[in-house]
Design a protein around this ligand. Structure first.
Ligand code: TXA
Ligand code: MG
Length: 313
């Protein structure tokens, strides 16, 4: 298959509407979209990514009025969070509308809904004129793509189109929050912080990783965010060279010569934004081991530590 790379949202939307797979930028990471009303197209997403079919997809909307087409109920908690954070890097898990195919939600009776605030994403979704199913546009088990080039590296020849945009603004995926119960339950930490959520809903809880929470978010079971190199979390950079082909990313600068590849991020937001592209660069350079400096759990730090921990196991 030939993958068309275009800067035209019109062209990309046309391809999606004729049952194609289209990767598109959002403020978090690039997504791989298809129509939700074509099971064949949705199934191709799983094939292109090599994604286990028991891992549900989230749907992307350009207008809050589209929520009613995919979910049957917005309780008070859900409405409050949607009012505060849509559009933005938040995915709400809601009771699924019976018209949405279970291929999208992997058999669950809930559905993840997100309204991106990136301008290109909004324009593209508006032109599609209907909700678009889209996981991150990486091969399964690889870091999410934060640039169109990263999408091409993973999916060239496997999808119909890449809508080109800038590198993504946030670099980590959305926060996934289950709002089917009385208080919000964070299933995946992300760009909207726990503190942000608690300001709007003080009883927001964090999933404890127990089996009931895992059942509520099947994706948690699967291995994610794993680069080719071995990832080791460190409190500070190594003072001297301990092996060949080592890389480092963190806030504190290491001593000269300790590592082959170094990325010192300006602050924790930059660290989050640059992590996945660093992993991919390290891979291209044949780095075999990466030291990642730990950060505190505050704000975006919680999502960053979550991704670092997943990458390191
Ligand atoms: O920022 C993002 O969320 C990006 C951009 C493209 O929007 N998308 C993304 O999709 O990261 P994906 O599929 O890579 O991650 C979505 C996560 C998965 O862990 C999945 O298991 C979970 O959300 N999820 C989807 N639907 C769910 C549902 N109904 N209940 C619980 N978890 C769900
Ligand atoms: Mg993903």
């Amino acid at each position: 298959m030939n993958t068309l790379i275009t800067s035209s949202p019109e062209e990309a939307a046309r391809i999606l509407l004729s049952d194609g797979l289209v990767a598109f930028p959002t403020e978090t990471v690039y997504g791989l979209g298809s129509r939700i009303d074509s099971e064949a197209a949705v199934e191709r997403i799983f094939q292109a990514k090599g994604r286990p079919t028991d891992n549900p997809l989230i749907v992307h909307i350009s207008d809050k009025r589209q929520i009613g087409a995919v979910a049957i109920e917005m309780n008070q908690t859900a409405s409050k969070l949607a009012d505060a954070f849509f559009p933005g890097p938040l995915t709400l898990v809601l009771p699924k509308h019976p018209d949405v195919s279970e291929v999208v939600t992997a058999g669950l009776n809930t559905i993840g809904v997100r309204m991106p605030d990136d301008e290109r994403a909004q324009e593209f979704l508006r032109l599609c004129g209907q909700p678009v199913a889209a996981p991150s546009a990486n091969r399964s088990g690889r870091p999410s793509p934060t640039s169109w080039e990263a999408v091409r590296d993973d999916l060239d020849g496997r999808i119909d189109c890449i809508l080109k945009g800038d590198a993504t603004r946030l670099g980590l995926e959305s926060t996934v929050v289950d709002v089917t119960g009385p208080s919000p339950l964070v299933l995946r930490p992300g760009s909207i912080s726990f503190e942000d959520l608690r300001l709007v809903h003080p009883r927001t809880e964090f999933h404890s990783g127990d089996t009931s929470a895992t059942a509520r978010s099947p994706g948690i079971r699967h291995r994610h965010y794993r680069p080719a190199a071995e990832v080791i979390l460190v409190h500070e950079p190594a003072g001297e060279k301990t092996a060949n082909n080592m890389g480092y990313i963190g806030l504190e600068a290491p001593t000269d010569g300790a590592y082959e590849l170094v990325h010192v991020a300006e602050n924790v937001e930059h660290y989050a934004r640059e992590l996945f592209s660093f992993f991919r660069k390290a891979e291209k350079l044949g780095i075999e081991m990466i030291h990642c400096q730990r950060v505190s759990d505050a704000g975006i730090g919680k999502a960053l530590m979550d991704r670092l921990e997943r990458a390191s196991t």
